[in-house]
Design a binder for this molecule. Structure first.
Ligand code: 6R9
Length: 633
């Protein structure tokens, strides 16, 4: 299939796209894809399935109900606290989504208008997304862990007509007063640019007492429970041209303000669904659970669109992996008989450091497959996931991709070829990878280079919201003719790909180029290590030296012997030049809410620039910083 996808892309994608309902067929008399990746011949553009009209919500819901599968469970929801759950069938989802669509229509939301969704992981969140897709509104989901400041910035960038939110919710033992944050954000929007959405729709969370101090703005604020149940359960479908926008999602660039990545209807629909089907080997009766939040691209593609387009049954969970204890994920897997479980290395390492007894308490016998996404998975965590969680019977699909790629680009196809712990293995159908050198020349055979993509695939982001120039600049001007991912990558003798981390994380020690990921992988493999992050620091002789932040396993305690043993493992695995100058024992690492280590902050701390740590608003837990500053390396 991969060879077909490269040799005959039109035939290949046409066959897969035919599984969907198209109100009007796309033109097959011309190439299915037109594009320009060469910034010397601007503009950059990509188009798929031109002339075709379809609707993603219709394909994710109506199509299955019409086929007689309306009674099949679609979403199995598990609340933060034990004993809170619900099940919605495809028919339930369709009815509910139509009611939300009708509400939006009643507020004059029309095709092309933006709707901002700022909600916890409750069924109303994916339904809100689908309701937008149904009427052609562009949703911009903002992760419900972002601050008022961050939310305001995103609202001011896309000027939504409606904001959909929730009164409050619990994450672990923490209460989040979501409406209070929205109120502050909307106040900031008014003060800064005199902007206000016309409507703010607030789902009143029946499980959490709402904050009575939040001011209700007459005329702007409406209570979900007062308006949505009154709406008709049938709603019209807006037939969308394949290249009409479906949604936008903000992601951080290496500099400046967040980028509003825009995905379009036809290509994203086909690519998200096809990757889901093949990478998770989805079969009827399977229960899929991806732990990502809908506020991130993984939650768009593998919680909402990919599974529902495949008529899958999926679990969504409101809480965190360690609430009420570190066995929660495994307990949920048993409760719903989850067959495929997809999570992030950071969660795997956290659970690994909590001890195997939490895993072994639960049977996990329903599991057939495990997934990993978001960052390189170090071999030690891979083996733990494989041996302890999956009991050596579940393949691990380590999926590499980005917000901008729409769906997975490099991943094993389970059972199809051998796995290598730490490698995302080989490209998905239609994906042509290239490793290029600093002059933009493609390298061949086993080598290391900048990971680029040669040709267009259906899921690629088409632009950055109202900033096509920045889109061209960010992805197409580093190396002409290629989409540049910003990641470094190695190809081994078997042609397998190993992501070495972001290019901006490369450290140069005495002329030896070394990526933070490589050193971290060795530190992480140390039996006493729970988690590690390294950054480069200026070094008089070597140019750069390596500064390592290490979180120890519960049972380990810091000592000079332990420091030496960590250094020795790096010397042994990579070479003496890669041994950290400094090992700083810390209790936790600063992470974004999606679990990515914020090296930018660690770099500042390592360089002693304590009062210039920059923007900390996207940190999941700011107290980590104080803990680090209060300890000495
Ligand atoms: C899906 C998602 C994208 C960046 C990407 C890379 C890192 C994601 C990875 C991985 C190694 C994997 N990344 N998956 N690195 N192996 N399996 O995470 O999107 O939030 O946009 O992040 O994440 O560095 O460039 P996004």
């Amino acid at each position: 299939m991969y060879m077909d996808s490269i040799r005959e892309p039109d035939m290949f994608w046409n066959k897969l796209a035919k599984d969907f309902f198209w109100k009007k067929e796309y033109a097959t008399s011309q190439p299915l894809c037109k594009f320009n990746f060469d910034a010397r011949k601007s503009p950059i553009f990509v188009e798929w399935f031109r002339g075709g009209y379809t609707n993603v919500c219709y394909n994710a819901l109506d199509r299955h109900v019409i086929a007689g599968r309306g009674g099949q469970p679609a979403l199995l929801w598990e609340g933060n606290d034990l004993g809170q759950d619900s099940c919605s069938t495809y028919q339930d989802l369709l009815n509910y989504t139509c009611q939300i669509s009708n509400f939006l229509l009643s507020k004059n939301v029309v095709k092309g208008d933006r709707v901002c969704i700022y909600m916890p992981m409750i069924p109303e969140l994916p339904c809100g997304m689908l309701a937008c897709a149904r009427i052609g509104a562009i949703h911009s989901v903002v992760f419900a862990g972002f601050s008022a400041e961050a939310l305001a910035g995103r609202i001011l960038d896309c000027c939504p007509k409606v904001v959909i939110t929730c009164s409050a919710f619990k994450r672990g033992n923490k209460l989040v007063d979501l409406m209070g944050i929205v109120d502050t954000a909307l106040q900031l929007c008014l003060e800064r640019e005199n902007f206000s959405p016309e409507t703010c729709l607030i789902y009143e969370n029946p499980r959490v007492a709402s904050n009575k101090d939040t001011l209700w703005k007459e005329g702007r604020d409406l209570r979900w429970q007062d308006v949505i149940p009154c709406m008709d359960k049938k709603a019209p479908v807006e037939w969308m041209e394949a290249e009409d926008p479906l949604f936008m999602l903000y992601t951080s660039g290496s500099t400046g303000k967040p980028k509003g990545v825009v995905h379009t209807v036809g290509g994203y629909m086909v690519y998200s669904a096809v990757t889901f089907k093949y990478i998770f080997d989805h079969q009827p009766g399977d229960v899929f659970w991806c732990t990502a939040d809908c506020g991130w691209i993984t939650g768009h593609t593998y919680v909402t669109y990919g599974p529902l387009l495949n008529c899958a049954t999926c679990v969504i969970y409101e809480g965190i992996p360690t609430w009420p204890d570190a066995g929660r994920y495994w307990q949920i897997i048993d409760k719903f008989n989850v067959t495929a479980f997809h999570t992030a290395p950071t969660a795997i390492r956290t659970l690994e450091s909590s001890g195997d007894e939490f895993v072994k308490k639960h049977s996990r016998k329903s599991l057939k497959l495990l997934g990993s996404v978001g960052e390189p998975i170090n071999p030690k965590a891979w083996w733990w996931y494989f041996e302890v969680v999956g009991e050596k019977r579940c393949p691990i699909v380590d999926t590499w991709w980005q917000t901008e790629t729409g769906a997975t680009m490099i991943s094993p196809l389970p059972w199809a070829w051998p796995l290598k712990p730490g490698s995302a293995t080989l490209p998905f159908f239609g994906v042509q990878l290239a490793l290029v050198d600093e002059n933009g020349n493609e390298k061949h055979g086993p080598c290391e280079g900048f990971l680029c993509i040669k040709g267009p695939w259906p899921g690629i982001a088409r632009t950055l919201y109202q900033n096509h120039e920045r889109y061209e600049e960010s992805y197409f001007k580093t190396f002409y003719g290629y989409y540049t991912t910003g990641d470094g990558c190695r190809r081994d003798d078997d042609g397998y790909y190993w992501i070495t981390g972001r290019i901006d994380d490369v450290i140069n020690v005495s002329g030896h180029r070394i990526s933070t990921g490589e050193v971290e992988s060795v530190l992480n493999a140390h039996p006493a290590c729970a988690e590690a992050a390294v950054v480069g620091i200026p070094h008089k002789v070597k140019g750069q030296g390596i500064y390592a932040f290490v979180v120890l396993m519960k049972e380990a305690s810091a000592s000079e012997e332990l420091r030496i043993s960590f250094l020795q493992s790096v010397r042994k695995e990579i070479g003496s030049f890669a041994a950290p100058e400094i090992i700083h024992w810390v209790t936790g690492l600063p992470k974004t809410r999606s679990g990515k280590v914020m090296r930018r902050i660690l770099r500042k701390i390592a360089c002693g620039e304590f009062d210039n740590l920059g923007d900390l608003s996207s940190l999941a837990d700011p107290s980590v910083i104080d803990d680090i500053l209060n300890t000495k390396p």
